[in-house]
Design a protein around this ligand. Structure first.
Ligand code: ADP
Length: 293
């Protein structure tokens, strides 16, 4: 349930964005998220999606989410929920967006998903990074711009999380030394690619199949990066059909050897998980380090 202290703010926001007056008729909790409270809100015979959290716990988290969703939406490449309002009161912050009704995915869905993600990745720029920082899950993510992918991947992605893991004694000094050795090699391990606009956290919990059977991306951690990061992330916990990869590859050919770089890319989300959830992720990290150092 929406806390009473927040109801007034949400009703004011709904009145403003819909230009209709009503009161919240129902609010059905939605699970599946990792950080925020979420529900489906009924207002003036329509449904809306609402997430909220303490305003101080993750500062600006919904401003960053809104910025990322709008960046993705502006490419016109793949389904993205429209953000209606980001707001806060003294204690809580919230984001209100279009509610995406859902249906079961089939072959056509995966075909479309592969194509549309490749369309998204064709939006490129001349730096790795973004205009503002954001979050991945509940961890801050720096998007300071770099000219080279290797510099960005090491300085803004791997290094800060290796340091955090070391500071919190989730990895040993030996691990940190091995990471340093890996960092020296990164430049030689990735083929050059233009910086692509990425979803940034593309695991199977972060897309929906809408009522037309088409993909809609949610909960992004957007930046311009190497497109293999998004593809690798789809493989981390599985759940993406073979047709998805065939379709993507047909529309935007992956660089040779991309399968071998999946684990390298996934060092980043694995470090995120190691820092957030503990040492059960260390085994996979060690295995990947073992390929390279
Ligand atoms: P969190 O920020 O806590 O990780 P999510 O953004 O992943 O939360 O949202 C939680 C769940 O709500 C998702 O797993 C999904 O099932 C559902 N969801 C997210 N966005 C929408 C939306 N716009 N419309 C309908 N359901 C949504």
């Amino acid at each position: 349930m929406i806390p009473l202290r927040l109801v007034q703010s949400i009703e004011t926001a709904l009145t403003e964005v819909t230009a209709k007056s009503d009161r919240i008729r129902s609010c059905v909790s939605i699970g599946g998220g990792s950080i925020n409270n979420a529900c489906k809100v009924e207002w003036a015979n329509e449904f809306y999606f609402l997430k909220w959290n303490s305003a101080s716990k993750y500062p600006n988290i919904f401003d960053y989410e809104s910025h990322g969703l709008k960046q993705l939406l502006a490419t016109n490449s793949i389904g993205i929920p429209e953000v209606l309002k980001v707001g806060k009161n003294e204690t809580d912050a919230f984001i209100l967006m279009e509610y995406i009704g859902q249906s079961a995915s089939d072959k056509t869905f995966w075909e479309a998903f592969g194509k549309q993600l490749s369309d998204l990745h064709r939006n490129t720029t001349n730096y790795f990074g973004n205009d503002q920082d954001n979050y991945i899950g509940s961890l801050s993510q720096s998007n300071t711009k770099h000219d080279r992918w290797s510099a960005f991947f090491v300085s803004e992605r791997l290094q800060p999380l290796v340091k955090m893991a070391r500071d919190n004694q989730r990895i040993s000094q030996q691990h940190a030394i091995r990471f340093d050795k890996l960092f020296e090699k990164i430049e030689t391990l990735f083929p050059p690619e233009k910086p692509s606009l990425l979803h940034g956290d593309l695991w199977s919990g972060n897309f929906l199949c809408n009522t037309k059977g088409l993909p809609v991306l949610i909960d992004p951690a957007v930046y311009f990066g190497h497109r293999e990061m998004d593809i690798a992330m789809t493989k981390l916990f599985g759940g993406f059909g073979a047709v998805f990869y065939e379709s993507y590859n047909r529309h935007f050919l992956m660089e040779k050897g991309w399968e071998k770089r999946v684990e390298l890319c996934n060092l980043y989300p694995l470090l995120v998980h190691l820092n957030l959830f503990g040492s059960s992720y260390l085994y996979d990290i060690e295995r990947t380090l073992g390929y390279y150092v």
